[in-house]
Design a binder for this molecule. Structure first.
Ligand code: MSP
Length: 480
């Protein structure tokens, strides 16, 4: 980007139902890498994450643990925050949808906008409800008459609900997506949502009776109903910026979001219901929705019941968080499901980090420390960002961007072999020193471009260069 433009990136808000696994850690890391990149470009940046706390599952889980729901939520959210800190997440805000002060005013203001527009209607509703998804399904969504996600029998529920008249917005949403004004990445997901839109969108249930769901945001003007999922959860992206509060300056500055990062399982919510709500309220649409694949292990989606869950903590403890961040960026294709198992992790750690970055840093800095009298001063023209790398980030393609860095590591390795500076310096010291200084400059480029992905590693390499010393211990020790 040639000029500093505000950059607003969001993760989905996570359900506090269970411990977070690698799939969730992936979502946070992708957003963090994007946020760090934009900060380094000098763009005013806002990175939001949070927890989706108004779910009836919370009550059930708290009861089982003999805890008050609020206490239960606080405990889980502290564990989320601890994990995000370990992941080196640099989020600016962690929003909680149970937060009456921060979140509720925005959700209420948005609801009222939809009411003003005449898009909220009370109806008696009979539907098929999955208690695990906490969602209603229509007959055509079902798989052999069962919930498409959980394969369980659905309950028939009849109750009064407020509905949002989403069907009115099918055409407008379609146009925004087709024109790219609301850009869905990658193309396959764009096609998927366009084919959903072709069939027309149904109106959606927007509230539930408080008697059935005693936890959540009261519907404005009707205390007997609480908001249900959509207006409650999706509104976090603007309530977090102060929308509906006394101070909407962050909202003015950062909305519309540059990018919502979401998993493919929540594409429909973000690319159909959310834009419908914003159009109804007369608010700008997010610019991009980046839809990632799922992390798998052994070819299957990580899930507790399959026993293939690897905890982020396990990998961080054994390999360090930067190895996990590098794996996410480099080995997961971003747009398709990606594999992570203990063997693939170790192999990539040894090849890319121990033999790659670690080894290169030691080799170059050893030559520099033994042969140069002073630290190499990096010329300004060597501090520019690679165009290819910048272009990859403009497409949100963090995989392409980190590949550029690893390509340059390979090129530097080859240059060392070809030019043999450690030999040259003995016969022709001036020429040898110049070759070594050039390698240090190129190593600086690696550190600079690694910063969004591996901030600590980048810092350590830059420190080694600034002090003209080989790092006292290898950056990444080979694992056998
Ligand atoms: N609370 C909703 C989102 C509401 S956003 C307004 C939700 N929460 S979740 O905790 O179930 O999932 C959060 C995100 O994690 C989703 O984007 C989901 O796709 C992602 N992942 C869950 N499992 C995953 C993998 N195995 N791999 C990658 N991402 C995964 O949905």
């Amino acid at each position: 980007m040639s000029h500093a433009a505000p950059f607003y990136v969001t993760t989905p808000i996570f359900y506090p139902n269970a411990e977070l696994h690698l799939g969730h850690a992936y979502a946070v890391t992708v957003c963090d890498i994007l946020a760090r990149y934009h900060r380094l470009q000098g763009d005013p940046t806002y990175f939001l994450t949070g927890a989706d706390e108004n779910t009836s599952k919370v009550i059930k889980a708290a009861n089982e643990l003999n805890k008050e729901p609020r206490q239960h939520l606080d405990d889980i959210v502290s564990s989320f925050k601890a994990l995000f800190a370990e992941l080196e997440s640099s989020h600016d805000q962690f929003i909680r949808t149970s937060d009456e002060k921060v979140h509720w005013p925005g959700a209420v203001k948005l609801w009222n906008k939809l009411v003003e527009k005449g898009d909220i209607e009370k109806r008696s509703y009979k539907g098929l409800y999955c208690p695990s998804c906490e969602a209603f399904y229509t007959e055509k969504d079902l798989v052999e008459g069962k919930c498409p996600q959980h394969y369980i029998e659905l309950e028939t529920i009849e109750e009064e609900n407020y509905f949002f008249l989403l069907s009115r917005y099918t055409q407008a949403i379609k146009e925004k997506i087709e024109s790219g004004e609301l850009n869905i990445i990658p193309q396959t997901r764009k096609n998927e949502i366009l084919s959903v839109l072709k069939d027309g969108l149904q109106d959606v249930s927007f509230s539930r009776p408080r008697t059935k769901v005693p936890w959540g945001i009261p519907v404005p003007g009707d205390n007997a109903q609480v908001m249900y999922v959509w207006c409650d959860a999706l509104s976090n992206y603007i309530s977090a910026l102060g929308y509906g509060s006394d101070d909407e300056s962050l909202y003015e500055k950062f909305w519309p979001a540059n990018v919502h990062v979401v998993g493919k399982d929540i594409l429909r919510f973000h690319a159909a219901i959310w834009p419908g709500m914003l159009l109804s309220a007369g608010l700008p649409l997010p610019q991009n929705i980046l839809v990632t694949g799922l992390i798998q292990s052994g070819g299957k989606k990580m899930s507790k019941s399959l026993g293939n869950v690897i905890s982020p903590k396990e990998l961080i403890d054994e390999y360090g968080v930067e190895a996990l961040r590098a794996y996410f960026a480099k080995e997961i294709s971003l747009f398709e499901d990606g594999e992570l198992n203990r063997e693939s992790f170790k192999a990539s750690f040894n090849a890319d980090l121990a033999n790659g970055i670690g080894n290169l840093t030691s080799r170059v800095m050893k030559m520099a420390e033994s042969n140069l009298d002073a630290p190499v001063v990096i010329p300004e023209e060597n501090k520019v960002w690679s165009e290819e790398y910048k272009k990859a980030f403009e497409e949100f393609n963090i995989k392409k961007a980190i590949d550029v860095v690893f390509e340059s590591i390979k090129t530097i390795d080859t240059a060392i072999q070809d030019t043999q500076p450690f030999k040259v310096v003995k016969t022709d010291p001036e020429k040898g020193k110049a070759l070594i200084a050039d390698l240090v400059i190129r190593l600086y480029g690696v550190a600079q471009h690694l910063a969004p992905f591996m901030p600590e590693t980048s810092r350590k390499i830059q420190e080694a260069i600034a002090s003209n010393k080989m790092p006292s211990e290898s950056l990444f020790m080979r694992k056998d």
